[in-house]
Ligand binder design. Structure first.
Ligand code: C2E
Ligand code: MG
Ligand code: MG
Ligand code: MG
Length: 296
């Protein structure tokens, strides 16, 4: 891959179709194998971390943990594809377990090194249908002495629709533990206003498809602005993902968006690289960088 992709390898494997069940089963079998305790010596599964930036000050407010699986034969597996396949099986539980364990352990390591970061973890439908994940998180946080405020969960609206009652029970429990919940990919799902009103949410993430289109497409920009306004009115923090350039960053700033995440700042990267990145990072804000990119 080219230099731009360093630290965030492009997925090369995506199963041709969901209908190809032999492929799917083989991928699942491999995943199950690598998730067995002590089976991932090669470190096939890793979490990459992408910084989230407060737009007004340029300060790093947290990171999102993103799953990467470098399959020995298939190469880098597309995370979305992987989750779609895993979600249909019991392997998803193991995968989420691994992700949560790794993130909490990483938070403890960073903390010991003087870095008090907050990490967001993506969870999927199956994970929220039982309270197990709340127990697991509480257990791990206690084990590593990490405060609940250091971890946040991101869920999509699709996860909600499957079984709203049970999902609500789980996220209410997480909320009581002190683990904040973000509604991810907002605008792509059912976007029911009920979700925003009824759930103990802390944050809404505007889907990157709208953010990516902001500069070129007035409708996308209008959608992003209204999500920002709606979230603000409901007292929710709003994060824009997929911020790839300076103009989008400025538009978001003008629209009152609080937090941005995207390639304009940094790609998702391994934990070690994040430490280096943070050490080199100088906060940038639209105010301190006046006009620089308005020409481009
Ligand atoms: P997501 O949670 O919405 O994550 C944001 C995605 O946007 C990530 O894709 C990230 O790499 C990508 N991204 C970040 N900045 C930019 C940008 O400026 N431009 C563009 N074009 N893309 C950007 P990624 O890493 O491929 O993950 C895809 C999806 O897979 C995630 O979407 C999430 O739904 C799912 N996922 C990833 N890791 C996990 C995990 O550990 N557990 C679960 N359940 N799902 C995960
Ligand atoms: Mg996410
Ligand atoms: Mg998202
Ligand atoms: Mg997504």
């Amino acid at each position: 891959y080219d230099a731009k992709h360093r630290g965030d390898p492009v997925a090369v494997y995506a199963a041709e179709s969901d209908h190809n069940s032999a492929e799917r089963l083989s991928l699942l079998a491999d995943l199950r194998r690598v998730l067995e305790t002590g089976a991932d010596d090669a470190g096939e599964i890793a979490l990459y971390y992408q910084p989230q930036i407060a737009i007004a000050t340029g300060e790093v407010v947290g990171v999102e943990a993103l799953l990467r699986w470098r399959h020995p034969r298939r190469g880098m597996v597309d995370p979305e594809e992987l989750i779609r396949v895993a979600e249909q099986s019991a392997v998803m539980r193991l995968l989420t377990r691994r992700v949560v364990d790794d993130v909490v352990e990483q938070l403890a390591k960073w903390s010991a090194a003087g870095l008090d970061l907050r990490a967001a973890v993506n969870v999927s439908v199956r994970d929220l249908h039982t309270g197990e994940i709340a127990d697991q998180i509480a257990e791990r946080l206690a084990q590593y002495g990490v405060p609940p405020s250091r971890i946040q969960l991101e869920m999509t609206e699709g996860a909600l629709m499957a079984d709203p009652r049970r999902v609500l029970a789980t996220i209410s429990r997480l909320d009581r533990i002190g683990v904040a919940i973000a509604l991810d990919d907002f605008g792509t799902g059912y976007s029911s206003m009920q979700h925003l009103r009824r759930l103990p949410l802390a944050e809404v993430k505007v889907d990157r498809s709208f953010v990516l289109g902001m500069v070129a497409d007035a409708d996308d920009a209008a959608i992003v602005r209204s999500v920002i306004e709606l979230a603000g009115a409901l007292g929710l923090r709003v994060v824009a993902e997929g911020v790839e350039d300076e103009r989008t960053w400025r538009l978001l700033h003008d629209a009152g968006c609080e937090v941005a995440q995207g390639w304009f700042f940094a790609r998702p990267m391994p934990a070690e690289d994040l430490v280096t990145w943070l050490a080199r990072y100088r906060p940038i804000s639209p105010a301190t960088r006046s006009g620089a990119g308005d020409s481009g």
